[in-house]
Write a new protein. Structure first.
Length: 141
């Protein structure tokens, strides 16, 4: 985790804001937000899917990466996609508590990454446990 935070992420942040951003592909963006408790500004690289004016982020290992907790209940964010900054309103969606939106977001992801269907199976089943899944949905301004 130290390597990611102090070495890898700063290099990715630099690339994504430089003219070289295309080498990262179209699936990585920077999300910038203000910490709820600290008031500090944070910027972190994440993988995403864009579906019209919505941007979906699947948080990998959400129990270890707590940046998304700043977006519970909604928060303004800035996203750097393809070298351009855009603003929007982000909302962290957690497991069974946000079931309908989590399923909608997973459907967006499985359209782009069919192998996720093998990982999750039929996540639309009423008895499917979505605990541990965190998505961030951003509506662009």
């Amino acid at each position: 985790m130290w390597f990611m935070k102090h070495v890898f992420n700063p290099i990715v942040r630099w690339i994504l804001t430089s003219p070289l951003h295309a080498i990262m592909g179209k699936g990585v963006l920077l999300i910038s937000f203000t910490g709820r408790k600290s008031g500090k500004h944070f910027t972190t690289p994440v993988e995403y899917i864009r579906a019209e004016e919505e941007v979906w982020i699947m948080v990998g290992t959400p129990e270890k990466k707590l940046w998304w907790t700043n977006l519970i209940g909604g928060a303004p964010v800035r996203l750097c996609m393809n070298g351009d900054w855009q603003t929007g309103q982000a909302l962290a969606l957690q497991g069974n508590g946000d079931r309908a939106e989590i399923i909608r977001g997973l459907e967006v992801f499985t359209q782009h990454y069919p192998m996720l269907k093998k990982r999750y199976g039929d996540f639309t089943r009423p008895d499917f446990d979505l605990k541990g899944i965190v998505l961030v949905k951003t509506i662009l301004d």
